[in-house]
Design a protein around this ligand. Sequence first.
Ligand code: GDP
Ligand code: IMO
Ligand code: MG
Length: 432
Amino acid sequence: MEKLVILGVQWGDEGKGKIVDLLSEHFDVAVRYQGGSNAGHTVVINEEKFILHLLPTGILHEHVIGVIAQGMVVDLEVLEQEIKGLEEKGIYIKDRLVISDRVHLVMPYHKLLDSLFEKKKGIGTTLRGIGPSYMFKYGRKGIRISDLYDEKRFYNLLEENLNFVKSICEKVFCERFELDLNSIYERQLSIFEKLKSNVKDAFRFFTERNKSILFEGAQGTLLDIDMGTYPFVTSSNSSALGLSNGTGLSPKYFSDAYFLGVAKAYVTRVGEGPFPTELKGKEGERLRELGGEYGSTTGRPRRCGWLDLVALKYATDVNGLSGLVLTKLDVLDGFEEVKVCVAYELDGEVIDYFPASYSQLSRVKPVYETLKGWNKSTKGAKDINELPKEALDYIRFIENYIGVSVVMLSTGPKRKEYIWLKEILKTKSSYS
Ligand code: GDP
Ligand code: IMO
Ligand code: MG
């Protein structure tokens, strides 16, 4: 396979990191192309846990070149820390990292604005400065990494932006403004100096080389700025819609790619916003504890609920999925019954689509189908024959509803804890 796109199809944290890590073995290049350090992608290799925020997860494989493509917003301080953290664990990536010269930077004043906006009427962001950085980008006030080659230009842009944020901070929010122009200027340039050799024209990198590429989506389809539960979304196109603008590659380039969705066997969401199948009582707590559902980036408890097939079908269609990976099936072990949402009730009427309107989505009530649970453990299962019949029935039910095959199951956080239900790669995995 030459091109594989891996996308979260719920509200993020579906287990993309684990799947990207597992499949990156088969690719030359791994690319992140939207979002920033709001992402937290967890990988467990042997007993060691890694959480990647900005670097493409595939870079953990020694042969893989990692690309931070143009659609990302990059916090240089986080990137420096992340590279250092990997080096401390004996993983050297500096010679294998390409940073697009078109990426926008997340500056300290973006993080300040993020926290000021959150104080007023928040949506529960990760406070990583993501929204404000994209606001500046689309408002044509952003600073791109290539602006740092021209120090005078960088200084002037920074000064202009800082003055603007200072007046918002003081006049709108009546808060003290404590950021200092010269220290930000020096700090950003000093990190840039260390990463300069990695900054390249990533578009040319893509077009000049004939390599197999894995594209790693961050967040999930329901957090997409256009297709998600607006305004409770992130500020980039986190569905397949983000691929072209995030890389600079034409939609035609992706026409022969495999679009692999990643979904949990239930649903979680962190932050505010509508969540039709949310379980607020004991059942929700049970899922949270069994699934270890606490944010990889912020540590916040994740809201948990039953699998929502209306939303999953919507995400399947938005992304044009070729196949689906179902993760965390093991978390459902031991439930007497498992419920799946097959429709919504909206003001007394049954609907089978995912409404765009915030007010409507906040009002819908899930219509459930109840399936038999399973008592046998699926944790760490590596073969389909190890799965109880009820778990297989659950998978078939999902496939029938969304019209796309579940090609892989993940049965635990570790690399080797997975089962191919339908092989999609030509090369054999060494992790079996
Ligand atoms: P991502 O943002 O989509 O990469 O997901 P996160 O890393 O934020 O959250 C997924 C969590 O589930 C991590 O702690 C993973 O180690 C863990 N995980 C992934 N797949 C499985 C699985 O199949 N079973 C269990 N029990 N945990 C898993
Ligand atoms: P990964 O890649 C889950 C959520 C935040 C908040 C909203 C906006 O690990 O799946 P932002 O900081 O982006 O402005 O916050 O989006 N959010 C995520 N939720 N997983 C993520 O990334 C997320 N990135 C952002 O909680 O609700
Ligand atoms: Mg995550």
